[in-house]
Design a protein around this ligand. Structure first.
Ligand code: AP5
Ligand code: MG
Length: 214
């Protein structure tokens, strides 16, 4: 199964993608996570992309497309994958479509997690993440068992640098301009599965699974 997660920053794409990846036993590929891990490790790619992430702008397509194309060509992606945060521009979507057509396939579903902008800013201000294993929490909605500590690996949780309200507003603007048009791109192909992302995490998950099948 090949899935794409669509939705505004903070809609819950990563939260759902992680669960879906476990359920369907396919890799969860988050371009944001890949970029953040490169920044943390001080790689060449990390140095190139840091400024874009910090400001809430998109990383240029030429640094993003080949990275994802290489990743989905790897052995563990043979039975499918979940792309979270890619594609994010029409050009990225076209490149993905072309690459899949070359192999006689296409995306099964673009899961569109719908959350209005007002709810997003509140969510982002409460998000905490684990810098070590990448787990995501929310101080009110999905709190860790012990405040400020990762349930999974015990590391101290942090606030993501791009979750400052001003940067969140910029990311929303970028989303509406460059990424939202992808909903129509995949609607034209009849591939969009809309879900109400304002519902509790478990309900959102069950709604997606009900459509994708057990
Ligand atoms: P990326 O990491 O993809 O960030 P994003 O799209 O802005 O999305 P987020 O990760 O912030 O939100 P999410 O939808 O995953 O929500 P989450 O599950 O965490 O990208 C970061 C940056 O990298 C971009 O700005 C760009 O610079 C660059 N980049 C990445 N991909 C790129 C590409 N393809 N091209 C160019 N540049 C690219 O949930 C959010 C919070 O809400 C959490 O606290 C969570 O616990 C909570 N929550 C989740 N679900 C629920 C629920 N149902 N109810 C209540 N709370 C919930
Ligand atoms: Mg995410």
């Amino acid at each position: 199964m090949k899935l794409v997660m669509l939705g505004a920053p903070g809609a819950g794409k990563g939260t759902q993608a992680k669960r879906l990846a476990e359920k369907y036993r396919i890799p969860h590929i988050s371009t944001g996570d890949i970029f953040r891990s490169n920044i943390k490790n001080g790689t060449e790619l990390g140095k190139k992309v840091k400024g874009f992430l910090d400001s809430g702008a998109l990383v240029p397509d030429e640094l993003t497309v080949d990275l994802v194309m290489d990743r989905i060509g790897q052995e563990d992606c043979r039975n499918g994958y979940i792309l979270d945060g890619f594609p994010r521009t029409i050009l990225q979507a076209e490149k993905l479509t072309e690459a899949l057509q070359g192999k006689g396939g296409e995306i099964d579903w673009a899961v569109n997690v719908e959350v209005p902008d007002e709810a997003i800013v509140e969510r982002m201000s409460g998000r905490r993440m684990c810098p070590s294993c990448g787990a995501s929490y929310h101080v009110v909605n999905i709190p860790p068992k012990k405040e400020g500590v990762c349930d999974q690996c015990g590391a101290q949780l942090i606030t993501r640098p791009d979750d400052e309200p001003e940067t969140v507003r910029k990311r929303l603007e970028v989303y509406h301009q460059q990424t939202q048009p992808l909903i129509d791109y995949y609607k034209e192909k009849g591939r969009v599965l809309d879900v109400d992302g304002t519902k509790p995490m478990e309900q959102v998950f069950q709604a997606i699974v009900a459509r994708l099948g057990e």
